[in-house]
Design a protein around this ligand. Structure first.
Ligand SMILES: CSC[C@@H](O)[C@@H](O)C(=O)COP(=O)(O)O
Ligand SMILES: [Zn+2]
Length: 251
C-alpha cells in the first residue's frame, strides 16, 4: 500500500471530474433513477493505470471521495481474484463487483463500468426467461429504434449503431455471490465481442464505455430501451420489426 499521505492524494482533488469525485456524484444521480437503490449496483472508473472502486454494502448515493478504493491495474495478476490496493479505507471492503469491473477494463479497454439494479433491466430478463424457446432467449434484441444510435459499434470499430441495426445484449444467469458472475460475464463478452453490456437474470445489468461519458450515455440509452421493451411487450408489439429500409417519399 502507498504511504498514508500519497494514498490520500489519490482521492483528494478539487476537480469534480476526478474519478474519486465522479463516482460519488454519479452514484447519487443513479440513485435518483433507481439504479443503485438499497446498496445494490455501483460504478467504477479507470484512469490510465489506476482503478477507482466504491465500497461494498454501503448506501451508494452517500459515498464520499475518501471512501474510494484505488488499485493499480498493472500490479494485479489475472484472474484478479486476489487484489492489492494502493488505497484501502479500513471501514469497509471494496465492491463485490470489482472483478466484473476489471473484466470490462482489461477485456474491453473500458474507462468506466456501471452496474445497475434497474427494474427495467430485471423485467427484461424475466420476460426473456418466460419466452425461453432455445438459445435465442439468452439475448435481448431490438431494432428500428432511434435510441439504438446511442451505442458504439464495438471495440475497435468506428461510429455508432444505425437506426435499422439490431442491438443485442446477452443475458447471463445470476449466482449467489457477485464475484462468481465474472467467468460468465467474460464468456458473454467473448461470445458477443461487440456488446457494451451484459444483463444478469433477476439482478440487473453491467454497462461499460470507453470513458465515463460513453458508459453513462450507453447506460441511459439501454435503460430507456429496456423500459420501452417492457411497455411494448404489454401492448403486444414485437421488439424486432421489419420496418422498410427505404426512406419515405417526400411529400
Ligand atoms: C442489495 S445487495 C447487492 C449486492 O449483492 C450486489 O449485487 C451489488 O450490486 C452491489 O455490491 P457491492 O459489494 O455493495 O458494491
Ligand atoms: Zn448487483
Amino acid at each position: 500500500m502507498a504511504s498514508a499521505d500519497s494514498a490520500e492524494q489519490l482521492v483528494c482533488s478539487t476537480d469534480p471530474e476526478h474519478p474519486a469525485n465522479l463516482i460519488p456524484s454519479l452514484c447519487a444521480k443513479f440513485w435518483t433513477l433507481g439504479w443503485v437503490t438499497g446498496t445494490g449496483g455501483g460504478c467504477s472508473i479507470k484512469d490510465d493505470d489506476l482503478v477507482y472502486i466504491a465500497p461494498s454494502g454501503v448506501q451508494k448515493e452517500l459515498i464520499k471521495n475518501t471512501d474510494i478504493y484505488v488499485l493499480s491495474l498493472a500490479a494485479q495478476e489475472p484472474p484478479y481474484k486476489h487484489r492489492t490496493y494502493l488505497r484501502s479505507p479500513p471501514r469497509h471492503k471494496p465492491s463485490q463487483c470489482t472483478p466484473l469491473f476489471l473484466a470490462a477494463f482489461t477485456r474491453r479497454r473500458a474507462g468506466c463500468c456501471i452496474h445497475t439494479h434497474s427494474q427495467w433491466a430485471v423485467l427484461v430478463t424475466l420476460l426473456l426467461e418466460q419466452d425461453r424457446r432455445g438459445a435465442g432467449s439468452n439475448v435481448f434484441e431490438i431494432n428500428n429504434m432511434e435510441q439504438i444510435k446511442g451505442f458504439g459499434r464495438g471495440l475497435g470499430r468506428q461510429g455508432n449503431l444505425g437506426y435499422h441495426d439490431t442491438l443485442r445484449i446477452p443475458v447471463i444467469e445470476n449466482t449467489p455471490h457477485e464475484e462468481d458472475l465474472t467467468e460468465f460475464l467474460e464468456a458473454a463478452m467473448d461470445e458477443y465481442p461487440d456488446t457494451y453490456a451484459v444483463l444478469v437474470r433477476r439482478h440487473g445489468v453491467y454497462v461499460w464505455g470507453d470513458d465515463v461519458h460513453k458508459a453513462k450515455t450507453q447506460c441511459e440509452s439501454l435503460d430507456y430501451l429496456f423500459q420501452l421493451a417492457v411497455e411494448m411487450k404489454k401492448l403486444g408489439i414485437p421488439w424486432i420489426s421489419n420496418v422498410p429500409r427505404v426512406a419515405p417519399e417526400r411529400p
